[in-house]
Design a protein around this ligand. Structure first.
Ligand code: GLA
Length: 390
């Protein structure tokens, strides 16, 4: 079992606190975003992967309508009943779980036959842009579905987690993080189409791996920058729907050539925001063809282009992430690098030759330290299996 030490610690703490073994345990991994940035809510394409770090959620039914939820790393417990499930202002970590519980019951958790005692523990670094919150939602939805005997497909479960983000955690995210956690597979990338919600896995050979480099720049998507980018994309889509003689509902429907011709009618800022997901969609489709041919160098070049687009157009990068990508460009064993996920801090995702991992980590750490005084965290990531019951 992957991350067995985390599982063992969780089960031990569960028994100590609740005086019984959990009935059900589920696991869900974090994710890296490899190509396709801020395309998901524009109904576009993404390459991502589930990572080898994740979160376990352990749960047992209670006899009445009471619920207890414990964050095992903090040993803090939230108590509520099935009749009073609402977004919390304190111990806000609970919102990912309670929001998921709420939407598993279509917003009416009071209809649940009984309450539950739950506890979770994971090893995904927080605030690193590796979707620890989606992992928590996905292990919660799997475990609670099993507990109540509710049968939902994986895409529906992913959407339940997304709804929890929107309404309980306050982040208007797309479906990427939850879908990657649900559909990840060992040694494979997930290629997602967020118009049709088709999720396909693409195997990667052993000669290539990902390295995540976590900057120390804070990454928080609930503070408005993410929401303002999403709004700009939606405004742009409305504009293109008005000027193009074809149906447009999302930026997915707009080509680069159309953007060039019609951008003049948009404000400078909205035009800059819109071109990013449009370019990213094209890069993911080109990338898919390159992966099929095994052309990693050219695929990596698209990752560098993606970062430039974030840096210059979408403005969701920052000094620290730019420095990591710039350092990566000088290392021949790195094929490509870009920010991963929402941006504004967090981590970069590097496509690397795994046999040179130590050299790459040392070089990037040296340059980052010279600039910022502290060290980034470099870790080799193995694309891994998606969420499952344990
Ligand atoms: C965050 C969001 C995702 C997606 C990415 C950017 O991770 O949660 O839905 O929009 O940013 O691609």
């Amino acid at each position: 079992m992957q991350n067995k030490e985390v599982y063992d610690e969780l089960v031990k703490k569960f028994e100590e606190l609740y005086g019984r073994k959990p009935e059900i345990v589920a696991y869900a991994p974090g994710r890296i975003e490899v190509l396709g940035n801020h395309t998901d809510y524009n109904e576009g394409y993404v390459f991502s992967a589930a990572i080898d770090k994740g979160t376990f959620f352990a749960v047992s039914a209670s006899d009445d309508d009471s619920c207890e939820l414990t964050a095992a790393d903090l040993m803090e417990t939230a108590k509520f009943t099935t009749k009073a499930v609402a977004p919390a202002k304190e111990m806000t970590w609970q919102n990912y779980v309670t929001g998921t519980f709420n939407w598993l019951f279509d917003g009416n958790p009071a209809s649940a036959r009984h309450g539950w005692k739950g506890m979770f523990l994971g090893n995904i670094p927080l605030g690193a842009g590796l979707s620890s919150s989606a992992a928590l939602e996905m292990c919660t939805v799997l475990a609670l579905s099993k507990l109540y005997g509710i049968d939902k497909d994986r895409t529906t479960m992913a959407k339940i987690g997304q709804k929890a983000e929107h309404t309980f955690a306050g982040c208007p995210c797309g479906l990427l993080d939850q879908a990657s956690s649900m559909y990840g597979a060992e040694g494979a990338l997930v290629k997602s189409d967020f118009r049709t919600n088709e999720f396909e896995t693409v195997s990667m050979g052993p000669s290539v791996a990902f390295m995540m480099v976590k900057s120390n720049a804070k990454h928080a998507l609930v503070d408005g920058a993410y929401a303002s980018r999403r709004q700009a994309c939606e405004d742009a889509a409305k504009y293109f729907a008005g000027v193009l003689r074809k149906p447009v509902t999302h930026l997915r429907d707009v080509t680069m050539a159309e953007w060039v011709l019609y951008r003049g009618g948009l404000s400078e800022t909205t035009a800059k925001r819109a071109v990013h997901p449009i370019g990213e969609d094209e890069r993911v489709l080109q990338g898919a063809a390159l992966l099929e041919k095994g052309d990693l160098k050219s695929f990596g070049a698209l990752m560098y282009d993606s970062h430039e687009s974030s840096r210059n157009w979408f403005e969701n990068s920052c000094e620290e992430l730019d420095a990591i990508v710039d350092a990566a460009k000088a290392i021949p064993e790195v094929y490509g690098a870009r920010l991963s996920g929402g941006g504004f801090g967090g981590s970069c995702c590097l496509l690397v030759d795994p046999s040179a991992a130590d050299k790459i980590a040392a070089q990037i750490t040296k340059e980052y330290k010279a600039k910022f005084g502290d060290e980034p965290v470099c870790s080799l990531i193995k694309p891994s299996q998606g969420a499952h019951l344990v």
